[in-house]
Design a protein around this ligand. Structure first.
Ligand code: RUQ
Ligand code: CUA
Length: 660
């Protein structure tokens, strides 16, 4: 940061220095009695004051952790500070977003790459963000996010927090078990969800068993290019269960993918014809199946060419997967949802929504059972079923509706309880044992949350070295916690302090989320992120992440006609555009390039043209190119849509389209 010290700031600094010795950070005459008085007036307890002291973040103080939260129906990602729980920004991904100019002049090509079956889909249902990892640690370089509604994956560069790529899964139309990354971000994993025929083609539901497919896709991430390389990616066919959440193994389980399923009953619904509805049909069995996929082996099989091209995409067919021994399943209790790998990779924790336990599998036992073929049978597709008792390590009764588990640094694990509206703390055993005062594999405490928690996030709580400290409960309902802004109520993110032991894990902050229903979020130490505050050079194209040789520069501003194409080379700087008059003829093609030549932090200019649906956000140094046909004649005042300076209203010009 290179803020020029303005003279006002210099004065303020000098004054502050002079006052330090006298006041020690307090305003004159303030004491703890005043704190007591204010607390009494507002009805605050000592616990409230303590929570405030743990979370209140005075102006200018920065947060210790950063949450990357899925934005649910908003189709975006949200960036939130911890412990202040202040929303810092949104990152536009699957949904056009005018402030960032996403889809209003730039980003259209990236959005179009994610379109399903040639149809325009301008929203997303984001569920599971994944920060890129190096050796199982968040490295803070990239962020991936899935879109459940159309089975897409977005790639965000954490240098500028902008979406660089959206890819559409060619095989499936909905995804849930993703995105999750392998320990060195070799692959970004995307599991399917609702089984569909390949490519979501039509097939009657009566042909469910024959035509409907399950799958998992391994997208190869090219870190150097900062893009998923579709030409080095592949999928594996799975039985037409509904693949649910997944996690990548690490350390002891490196090389494996764990993926839950539901609807191993193969229910096809049809309540209107007197059939059991999906909710009943898909919950009949006492157990579903945890898929255990050896992706190291799968990669070899793919490289050896033992794939079929389906919809132009290489797929390891189920038959091949079985021949090669890269797929096993094991039973998991009723309606499983979350699957989470412990920090050392040695245990895999599964929760079944309709079972009050978390079920803990041992990786050592799984490997042994695979090697010794300790199967309790095979499923309908011939997938070997590892004997449940042979791979089970422990079960801990935690409460009603367990969903997702995260880990602390000290042998505690945490599980969200949807039906109990609580977060359970329980102790791990095995190599984590004795880190806590309580016995191994025991429920220690449940902290009530408001209400109906889905995911939880512990600071770095799904990495090889969880930080603990904070847990955020991503609640689905808020009911009575906030002023009701109409019948559509916000969700509620609640911050818990988990630095204590035993029953000490209080809720210390509520943050309403009024823009969609988030699911998962990851929490990274802020000092692992190193975002740019301005683009490296003037004329930078964020989409190629390089200098654009065609970017307009000062003194090169001009309007040029080439046949029926008009090229505009424009710069923006406080507080004018150059040129200010752009006149074209109706029907001309317009190629409009514009560079923000500012080098000051936060000196952002917008650029908006009425009627033509254009709005750009040009961050310092950024260049953009928009193209359109001037099909509507008229007089259009364009202007800067960021309040960038005192003369920002004057930062405008006229775009004039002469009628034919
Ligand atoms: S799915 S809580 Cu990640 Cu559980 Cu939405
Ligand atoms: Cu530039 Cu307002």
């Amino acid at each position: 940061m290179q803020f020029p010290l303005t003279s006002a700031r210099r004065h303020a600094t000098a004054a502050a220095v002079a006052m330090v010795g006298v006041l020690c950070g307090q305003a004159a005459g303030q004491s703890m009695n005043d704190v007591q008085k204010a607390a009494t007036e507002r009805g605050l307890s000592t616990a409230d004051l303590l929570a405030a002291a743990k979370t209140y973040t005075p102006s200018g103080m920065k947060d210790e952790y950063i949450i990357f939260s899925s934005g649910g129906h908003s189709g975006q990602v949200f960036v939130i500070g911890v412990p202040s729980m202040r929303l810092l920004r949104s990152i536009a991904v699957f949904t056009p977003e005018p402030w960032q100019g996403w889809g209003y002049g730039v980003g259209e090509e990236i959005l179009a790459a994610g379109m399903s079956m040639g149809k325009e889909n301008l929203w997303g249902d984001t569920h599971h963000p994944a920060i890129s990892e190096t050796e199982g640690e968040y490295d803070g370089e990239w962020l991936f996010i899935n879109d459940k509604i159309n089975a897409r994956v977005g790639v965000i560069d954490l240098r500028d927090f902008e979406t660089k790529q959206i890819i559409k899964n060619p095989l499936t139309v909905s995804d849930h078990g993703g995105t999750f990354v392998t320990p060195n971000t070799e692959y970004v994993i995307e599991g399917g969800q609702y089984a569909v025929p390949w490519g979501s083609e039509y097939a009657p539901i009566s042909e469910y068993k024959e035509k409907y497919k399950g799958s998992v896709t391994l997208w190869k991430f090219d870190r150097k290019k900062g893009r998923i390389d579709e030409s080095r990616s592949f999928a594996i066919e799975l039985p037409p269960y509904w693949q649910d959440l997944s996690d990548a193994g690490k350390l002891a389980s490196d090389g494996y993918i764990f993926m839950n399923s539901l609807n191993t009953e193969l229910a096809t619904g049809g309540i209107e014809s007197g059939n059991p509805p999906f909710e009943a049909g898909a919950s009949r069995n006492a157990t579903d199946f945890l898929h255990i996929i050896d992706w190291h082996k799968a990669e070899e099989v793919y490289k050896a060419g033992k794939v079929e091209q389906i919809k132009g995409f290489p797929v390891i067919m189920l038959e091949t997967a079985l021949e090669e021994g890269l797929l096993h399943v094991t039973p998991e209790p009723r309606s499983p949802h979350g699957v989470d790998v412990a920090p050392k990779g040695d245990f895999i924790v599964v929760s079944g929504k309709l079972d009050p336990h978390v079920t803990i599998y041992s990786m050592a036992k799984i490997k042994k059972a695979i090697a010794s073929k300790t199967f309790s049978g095979h499923d309908e597709w011939g997938v070997p079923i590892l004997d449940f008792d042979s791979v089970l390590e422990a079960q801990v009764e935690v409460g009603l509706g367990p969903l997702h588990t995260q880990f602390g640094p000290d042998g505690y694990a945490y599980t969200s309880l949807f039906l109990d509206s609580a977060v359970a703390r329980w102790t791990m055993g095995g190599s984590y044992g004795k880190g806590t005062p309580e016995p191994d594999w025991t429920l220690v405490h449940k902290t009530p949350v408001q209400y109906n928690v889905g995911h939880i996030g512990v600071a770095e709580g799904d990495t090889v070295s969880p930080d603990g400290k904070y847990l955020v409960s991503f609640n689905k309902w808020s009911v009575d916690r906030f002023f009701p802004p109409g019948p559509l109520l916000p969700q509620n993110f609640q911050l818990l302090d988990i630095t204590g032991k035993g029953t000490d894990m209080p809720v210390i902050y509520d943050m309403p989320i009024g823009f969609g229903e988030p699911h998962y979020a990851q929490i990274i130490k802020a000092d692992k992120l190193d975002p740019w505050t301005i683009y490296p050079e003037v004329g930078w194209d964020p989409h190629t992440m390089s200098l654009d040789p065609m970017a307009p520069k000062p003194k090169m501003e001009r309007v040029e006609r080439k046949g029926d194409t008009v090229e505009v080379y424009m710069t923006s700087v406080r507080s004018h555009f150059n040129p200010e008059h752009v006149t074209v003829k109706q029907g001309d093609k317009v190629v409009w390039r514009i560079t923000n030549i500012e080098r000051a932090v936060d000196a952002v200019h917008g650029f908006s043209i009425p009627v033509y649906n254009v709005n750009l956000s040009l961050e310092p140094g950024e260049t953009a190119k928009i193209e359109f046909v001037a099909d509507t004649a008229g007089t259009f005042p364009f202007y800067c849509s960021e309040f960038c300076s005192a003369l920002h209203l004057e930062m405008m010009g006229y775009f004039m389209v002469e009628p034919e």
